[in-house]
Design a protein. Structure first.
Length: 159
């Protein structure tokens, strides 16, 4: 019953980190095994869904670390400051955005998900991914730039 209630929503979280559906299913299954093994540790201080989401995200990140993803290191003085506005038009469909996100290089996609969607700051992301905060910032800027380019191309095609 617990799996049925949350599996679909958590599968969409998994698919934001890995584009391969089978890999996402593996992550989801592993995350729920962890949830069932550690359900006694849930403290009812926050929402259950938030606790579950954190486990799913951490499981996805561990799976990605096993694949030894590489992030481009950058000099912190050359990192542009990211704006809070991704510039996405409001009529962009969620499915279209997911496809665009899946087209991003792994490092860009992961940092974008953690920062924009999950709400982590660059220091937390750097710690989670074992990268520099400047790398997190630059990956986010590059992800937003690539997404904006994809949106611009899509708008030109639609005209």
């Amino acid at each position: 019953m617990l799996f049925e209630a949350y599996a679909r929503k958590m599968m969409s979280v998994c698919l934001r980190y890995v584009a391969n559906h089978h890999d996402a299913e593996d992550i989801l299954q592993e995350a729920f095994i962890k949830v069932f093994a550690h359900i006694h540790q849930f403290k009812f201080e926050g929402s259950f869904e938030g606790w579950l989401r954190r486990i799913v995200v951490n499981t996805a990140l561990k799976a990605l670390q096993k694949k030894k993803l590489h992030f481009a290191e950058v000099n912190e003085t050359n990192v542009p400051v990211a704006s809070n506005d991704a510039g996405a038009p409001s009529n962009l469909q969620a499915e279209q955005l997911m496809k665009m996100l899946n087209n991003l290089p792994d490092g860009y996609r992961i940092v974008f998900n953690l920062y924009v969607i999950e709400g982590y700051d660059h220091e937390e992301i750097a710690q989670m991914l074992n990268i520099q905060t400047s790398t997190s910032r630059s990956q986010l800027v590059k992800a937003r730039k690539m997404l904006q380019q994809q949106i611009t191309m899509m708008e030109k095609i639609a005209v």
